[in-house]
Design a protein around this ligand. Structure first.
Ligand code: MG
Length: 182
């Protein structure tokens, strides 16, 4: 098949890669612990700011969800779970990531590995990094060693660097499940 033409009869690849990205604005929380808490991969971080979001604003779960859905060639999280749907008001984002994992399995794919970057000026995610890895691994039904999470600051520049937003990036590699390769 020459370049410039699609070939629907081509054998399906054994691997697919997906990229996910999310950003949530962070606003100062009212006193006495009110307002949304900053949650990343299901882990609550001590912070005087919280995400502005329709759901719980878990940017890391959202990025991983979009990476899995992207690898599958499916619509993204915003299309599957619209923020106009009242059922997703304050939703625990574990629902989104587990749905993406379920769709991957149902389509004959298994997750080979996931690599993530959280860009957050403060607090440092080091102390909760392992908890984040464990939560993502459990949500996807894979081993902890298949999930990596790294933390970066934004060097005090732009909105993220000024602490006004949190950003998350994720890539996922899907491998055709063994029973699909025969
Ligand atoms: Mg989001």
């Amino acid at each position: 098949m020459p370049p410039g033409r699609t070939n629907d009869a081509a054998p399906q690849p054994r691997f697919r890669v997906g990229l996910g990205y999310d950003l949530h604005r962070l606003e100062e929380r009212p006193p006495r612990g009110q307002g949304r808490t900053l949650v990343l991969a299901g882990v609550t971080l001590e912070h005087d700011r919280g995400p502005v979001a329709h759901s719980d604003g878990d940017a890391l779960y959202h990025a991983v969800t979009d990476a899995v859905l992207g690898a599958l060639g499916m619509p993204d999280i915003g299309q599957l779970f619209p923020d106009t749907d009242p059922r997703h008001e304050s939703a625990d984002s574990i629902v989104f990531i587990t749905e993406a994992a379920t769709r991957a399995g149902a389509s004959g794919w298994r997750i080979a590995n996931v690599d993530c970057v959280v860009v957050l000026e403060r607090p440092k995610i080091g102390p909760v990094r392992e908890a984040m890895r464990r939560n993502i691994a459990a949500a996807l039904g894979v081993g902890v060693e298949q999930v990596n999470v790294k933390g970066k600051t934004h060097e005090r520049v732009d909105a993220v660097g000024e602490g006004r937003a949190v950003e998350a990036h994720a890539v996922v590699l899907l491998e055709r499940a063994a029973n699909e390769t025969a």
